[in-house]
Design a protein around this ligand. Structure first.
Ligand code: HEC
Length: 172
């Protein structure tokens, strides 16, 4: 019984207190350019996916994928997203390894989440990461065009794809 009480005290008080002390006393490394930890990869990333899946309202996005919308999405992407996520002409972005967690490089790894989840992330951002809430900057139409562009990035219609690969819409 005594061992049980001691174990209970340890689990409910000492372990959380030690964790808070560890964080509060500055043992967590604040640098963004260190290797991404196993905890980040095994716990934080799946938890983000589950959380977005739970929250993102479903919507119909496929009908937005006209060539005009894809070209508009590509232009917005080049202006606001390529510096972190890469583009057709420069698949590895300048900031690819400069943020923690790392921004996915979409040309190397096409965004595979459903469109309504991509839209939700674009609009609301991801806290404690470099991903901004673009709903504060872009209109819903621009974010829908971006969403369509992301879903079609690895299978763009020929004229859009050649502009994308040549970096025609790049702002830099
Ligand atoms: C300053 C850097 C930065 C910019 C600019 C940026 N992002 Fe991100 N983005 C990130 C980071 C970092 C993550 C990963 C966050 C994480 O895993 O917790 C991310 C994640 C995402 C995701 C989720 C991808 C996945 O598979 O989990 C999407 C979608 C996304 N960004 C779209 C965009 C779009 C569209 C734009 C432009 C409007 C943009 N981002 C601009 C840094 C950026």
């Amino acid at each position: 019984m005594r061992a049980f009480v001691l174990g209970f005290v340890a689990a409910t008080i000492l372990i959380p207190a030690a964790a808070v002390t560890y964080v509060r006393l500055g043992f967590v490394d604040p640098r963004a350019d260190i290797p991404v930890s196993a905890i980040e990869q095994r716990i934080a990333m799946p938890s983000l996916d589950a959380s977005v899946e739970r929250r993102a309202p479903r919507g119909a996005f496929d009908r937005d994928a006209s060539d005009t919308a894809l070209v508009a999405g590509m232009k917005t992407y080049e202006a606001h997203c390529a510096s972190c996520h890469g583009d057709g002409a420069r698949p590895d972005a300048a900031l690819a390894t400069a943020l923690y967690p790392r921004p996915p490089q979409f040309v190397r790894e096409a965004p595979d989440m459903p469109a309504h989840e991509n839209f939700y992330i674009i609009k609301h951002g991801i806290r404690m990461s470099g991903m901004p809430a673009w709903g504060h900057v872009l209109s819903d139409r621009e974010m829908r065009e971006l969403t369509a562009f992301l879903s079609h990035m690895d299978r763009l219609p020929a004229p859009v794809d050649s502009d994308w690969k040549a970096g025609v819409a790049r702002s830099r």
